[in-house]
Each structure stands twice: as C-alpha cells, then as structure tokens.
Design a protein around this ligand. Structure first.
Ligand code: SF4
Ligand code: SF4
Length: 172
C-alpha cells in the first residue's frame, strides 16, 4: 500500500519526539536524524526514478558498482534503494556521493529549492529554519559553475511538487 504524508507524520513524530540538529556545514547539510532513519537511501515507494546527477569532477570508472544508473553518468534511486546504502548507512565518502545526497532533505528543482515533506527533519523543523537552511545551500550552489547547477536541477511536475515538497521561495 502506498504510504501518504499522514503515515510519515505519525511515524516520525513517534520515532523522533524531539528535534535534532539540522544545519548547513561547509558543503552539505548535517542531519542528526539520518543515522536512525535512512529512509531516502533505501527502497523508494514511488515508481518514478529519482536521478542523482554527479558533477563532472565526480565521474569515475566503476560507477555501476556504487549506483544503479539511468545512463552511464547518472545514478538514480528506485524501489531497490541505493546500492551504496549498507547496514551502517552510506558506504561512500562524501566526495563520491551525488550532490543531491548532501542537499537532502532540500531538493534543487528547475523551480527553485524545495524541502521534502516526508523527511522527519522537515516534519520537526520550523519553516523559517528550513528557509534559512535553503539560503545557505543556495549560497554554496551559486559558487558552482552555472552549467553544473543546471545539471543538478530536477524537473518535477506541479502535482508531484504539490504532493511531496514544501516550496522555500528560493530560486537559482
Ligand atoms: S529522510 Fe531525512 S532524516 Fe531520513 S535519511 Fe533522508 S535526509 Fe536523513
Ligand atoms: S550515495 Fe549514499 S547518501 Fe546517497 S543515496 Fe546512496 S547511500 Fe544514500
């Protein structure tokens, strides 16, 4: 059965009754919920592949050992989860992970930055703190070459954005 927002709201409010650290750290989001969650690295219940583009500097031989690939250069998540998710979490050093992993639960789309509504860190956060986090992520992203930022943007339809994401009002 497909799980909706109310399912995750109940699950995460029960699992994480108090707020944990969620903040920007140099080039990624530090999120103290992840170690006890791993929801976004595991099997996805959406039939739509979630692409996780790499920067040109991250392309390397043997990508198919770390990821399921949409094309020879683009990892993605689906119902199998991520190949690099082990029992202790992500098995890759940060520099080898897709940028989307370091930004999540924020998601860069062609319409700007959004927060993924079903993440426990988002459920427990104040909107103004998410916007502040989004501004710090946007500042970092704006230091990347424009063509890299364009490559990182996900194209999500309006219905998906409305159903699963909170707009932060930050365009890039
Ligand atoms: S859903 Fe949120 S808290 Fe859970 S692993 Fe993903 S980013 Fe971390
Ligand atoms: S690369 Fe690591 S952080 Fe990213 S989805 Fe895979 S397991 Fe999760």
């Amino acid at each position: 059965m497909k799980k909706d927002f109310s399912y995750y709201l109940h699950l995460w409010k029960t699992s994480f009754p108090t707020a944990r650290r969620l903040c920007w750290e140099e080039d990624h989001i530090a999120n103290d919920y992840c170690a006890d969650c791993r929801f976004c690295c595991g099997p996805q219940d959406s039939p739509v592949p979630f692409p996780m583009p790499l920067l040109p500097s991250q392309l390397r031989p043997g990508l198919d050992k770390d990821f399921y690939l949409l094309d020879p250069q683009t990892p993605y998540l689906d119902a199998r989860g991520c190949k690099s998710c082990g029992p202790q979490g992500c098995q890759l050093e940060r520099a080898r992970r897709p940028i989307a992993c370091g930004l999540f639960p924020l998601v860069l789309t062609t319409c700007g930055l959004y927060a993924y509504a079903c993440c426990p860190a988002v459920i427990n956060a104040r909107l103004r703190d998410l916007v502040d986090l989004g501004r710090q992520a946007a500042d970092w992203l704006s230091g990347l070459p424009q063509e890299d930022v364009a490559r990182l943007k996900m194209s999500l339809d309006d219905a998906t954005l409305a159903r699963h994401y909170l707009p932060l009002g930050i365009a890039l």
